[in-house]
Design a protein around this ligand. Structure first.
Ligand code: F6P
Length: 548
C-alpha cells in the first residue's frame, strides 16, 4: 500500500480513464452533456456536511471517475493517515511534531489529546477577552493586533466575517507588514491610553512582528505621560508559544500555546484572541463547535460522502490529470472578502512542496495557485479571463442564503433586494461558465456595440464562450460563527487530503527560510553600502536604492 498516489496502480487506471477522450469520463468530458444525460445529476453530486451544502455537479466528474478517485484514496491509505493525524501521531515528520488543531476545538471531556490543557488555555483566553469587552482592563476603545501569516490572516479574516456579532464600541486593527505604511496610519488615529496591543507570534522571532511591536511600544511610551513598565504590561499582551521572549519584551500577560499548533492552523488557539474580543466568548465557542462538527464529519463519514475528501479528490483530478494549475475562490459575501488571502497561506504554504515524505522529488504537480476576490467585485475584474481565457480555471463559489445586514425599514428592503441580486449573480456566473455560448448562438444575437466594419462571423467568434468550465458551489444558511468554523475546517481537511495523497508534508514551510536568511544578510549592507560578493542584479538594485 503506497502513500503517494502517483505510485499507486489506481493512478495508471485513472490516467487510462482520463485518456479515453470522447464523451467518456476523462479529457473529453462535457458537463452540459452530463446534465442532459442524467436528470439526477444534481442530486447525486450534491452533499450536505455540517453547516455547508456543496454542489459538485458542475464539475468534470461522474460516477466512474469518482469511483476511481475513491479507490485511489483507499489504496493510498488516506483513512489511516487521517486517523494518525487526528490521534496526534507526529505526522509533521520534518519537525517531529503532532498536528492537533482539531484538539483545539474538541469539547471539554471529549477525550481528545491534551484536552485539559486546551480547555484551561481557552478558558483563560476567553475570560481575558470578556474583561476587555466589559471595560475591566481600563477604557479600551481600540485593539491593535500585530502578527503576520498564520498569526494574522485567520483572525483578520474571521473578525471581518460575522459583522453582526461584533462588539459595538470596540475597534479592531490588524497590522502585519513590516512596511511602516501599515502601522503608521493605524497609530495616527489612536489614543495610547485607550489602546490594547496584542502581539501575536508563535515563535516571537518573526522580523515583521517584532519590528512592528517595537515601533508600537516606542509610540506608546511617547504618547503616555510618564509611562513605565507597568503601563507596557497593561497595554501589551502576547499570544505565543515563546512566552519567555514575550516576557523579555516587557509583556507579562502572555497566553501560551503548543508546538503542535501550526501557524496557519492557529486561529482556534490563543492566536484567536482578537476574534474572542470582537465576538465574545460564546461566539468563539460557537466557531470552535462548527469546526468540531466538521472534524467529526471528516473523521467518520464514509469517503463517498465525506466532503473534504471529495473536494480533495476533485483537486487531484484537476491538478494532476486535467493539468489545471490554479483555482479561483469567489465568496459572494463581503464578510468573506479576506477568505482568499487566508486560503492562499493555508493551501499554498501547506502543499507547495516538491519532495515527498522520503525526500524524493515529485513528478506530479502539487498545490495549485489559489486566488480570488469577493463577488460581485471579481466579475468586473478578472472573470473575463475565467470565461474566455485560454486556461481553464475551476472556480469555487461560496454563497450565503440569509443575509444579516442589521438594517431596518426601507433600507432593510433595499438591502434584501441587493442580496437577491448578489445570489442571482453568483448562480449566473457558474451557469455561464458551464453553459458557454457558441459562435452560432452569438450570430443570432444583435450585438449592442456591433462595429459597422467588422464581419458578423468574426464578431460572433469574439462574442462566443467555450463553456464546460467547472465550478463548485458551497452554500451556507447564514454566516455565523458556527458556519464559518465549519467552512474553515472543511478547507483545512481538504488541504490535508490532497497533501496526504501527494505523499508530502503539509505541515512544514522550509520554503520561506532562504528568503529570511538572505534578508538578514542584506540588511547590514543597507547601512554599509557594501555590495561585495553580491550578484550583479542585487548589487545594482541596492546601489540605486542607496543613491542620493
Ligand atoms: O514565514 C512563514 C511563517 O513561519 C508562517 O508559517 C507563520 O504563520 C508566520 O511565518 C508567522 O510566524 P510567527 O507566528 O512565528 O510570527
Amino acid at each position: 500500500m503506497s502513500t503517494r498516489c502517483d505510485l499507486s496502480p489506481v493512478w495508471a487506471e485513472l490516467q487510462a480513464h482520463f485518456d479515453q477522450g470522447g464523451a467518456a469520463s476523462g479529457r473529453g468530458f462535457d458537463i452540459r452533456t452530463a446534465f442532459q444525460a442524467d436528470a439526477g445529476r444534481f442530486a447525486a453530486l450534491s452533499f450536505q456536511a455540517p453547516e455547508v451544502f456543496a454542489d459538485l455537479s458542475k464539475n468534470r466528474i461522474d460516477a466512474p471517475t469518482l469511483a476511481l478517485l475513491l479507490e485511489l484514496a483507499r489504496d493510498c491509505g488516506l483513512e489511516a493517515r487521517r486517523d494518525a493525524l487526528l490521534r496526534g501521531d507526529p505526522v509533521n515528520l520534518t519537525e517531529g511534531r503532532a498536528v492537533l488543531h482539531t484538539a483545539l476545538r474538541a469539547p471539554a471531556g471529549s477525550g481528545a489529546p491534551f484536552n485539559d490543557e486546551v480547555q484551561a488555555s481557552l478558558d483563560a483566553m476567553l475570560a481575558f477577552a470578556e474583561r476587555v469587552r466589559r471595560g475591566e482592563r481600563g477604557e479600551i476603545t481600540d485593539v491593535v493586533h500585530i502578527g503576520i501569516g498564520g498569526s494574522d490572516l485567520g483572525p483578520a479574516m474571521v473578525v471581518q466575517a460575522p459583522g453582526a456579532f461584533r462588539a459595538p464600541g470596540l475597534k479592531l486593527h490588524f497590522v502585519s507588514n513590516v512596511d511602516g505604511h501599515d502601522l503608521a496610519p493605524v497609530l495616527r488615529g489612536l489614543e495610547a491610553r485607550h489602546t490594547l496591543f496584542v502581539i501575536a507570534s508563535k515563535t516571537f522571532t518573526t522580523q515583521e512582528t517584532l519590528a512592528n511591536a517595537q515601533a508600537a511600544k516606542a509610540w506608546f511610551l511617547a504618547n503616555v505621560e510618564a509611562a513605565g513598565a507597568a503601563d507596557i504590561a497593561r497595554h501589551f499582551v502576547a499570544t505565543s508559544s515563546n512566552t519567555a521572549a514575550a516576557a523579555a519584551f516587557g509583556i507579562d500577560t502572555a497566553f501560551g500555546f503548543w508546538d503542535w499548533v501550526g501557524g496557519r492552523y492557529s486561529l482556534w488557539s490563543v492566536i484567536g484572541l482578537p476574534i474572542a474580543i470582537a465576538v465574545g466568548a460564546d461566539n468563539f465557542r460557537a466557531l470552535l463547535a462548527g469546526a468540531h462538527a466538521m472534524d467529526q464529519h471528516f473523521a467518520s463519514t464514509p469517503l463517498e460522502s465525506n466532503l473534504p475528501v471529495l473536494l480533495g479528490l476533485i483537486d487531484i483530478w484537476y491538478r494532476n490529470f486535467h493539468g489545471f494549475t490554479s483555482r479561483s475562490v469567489a465568496p459572494y459575501h463581503q464578510g468573506l472578502r479576506r477568505l482568499p488571502a487566508y486560503l492562499q497561506q493555508l493551501e499554498m504554504e501547506s502543499n507547495g512542496k516538491g519532495v515527498d515524505l522520503d525526500g524524493r522529488p515529485l513528478v506530479t504537480g502539487t498545490s495549485p495557485v489559489v486566488w480570488g476576490e469577493a463577488g460581485t467585485n471579481g466579475q468586473h475584474a478578472y472573470f473575463q479571463m475565467l470565461h474566455q481565457g485560454t486556461d481553464v480555471i475551476p472556480v469555487e463559489f461560496i454563497a450565503v442564503k440569509r443575509p444579516q445586514h442589521g438594517a431596518t425599514g426601507e433600507l432593510a428592503d433595499k438591502l434584501a433586494d441587493q442580496h437577491r441580486k448578489l445570489l442571482a449573480n453568483c448562480l449566473a456566473q457558474s451557469q455561464a461558465l458551464m453553459q458557454g455560448k457558441t459562435a452560432a448562438e452569438a450570430l443570432t444575437e444583435k450585438a449592442p456595440t456591433a462595429s459597422a466594419t467588422l464581419d458578423r462571423d468574426v464578431l460572433a467568434r469574439h462574442r462566443s464562450f467555450p463553456g464546460n468550465r467547472p465550478s463548485t458551489t458551497l452554500l451556507l444558511d447564514a454566516l455565523t460563527p458556527r458556519s464559518l468554523g465549519a467552512l474553515i475546517a472543511l478547507y483545512e481537511h481538504r488541504v490535508f487530503v490532497t497533501g496526504a495523497l501527494w505523499g508530502i508534508n503539509s505541515f512544514d514551510q522550509w520554503g520561506v527560510e532562504l528568503g529570511k536568511a538572505l534578508c538578514n544578510q542584506l540588511l547590514p549592507r543597507f547601512e554599509s553600502g557594501d555590495t561585495t560578493g553580491l550578484d550583479a542584479s542585487t548589487a545594482g538594485l541596492l546601489q540605486r536604492l542607496l543613491s542620493a
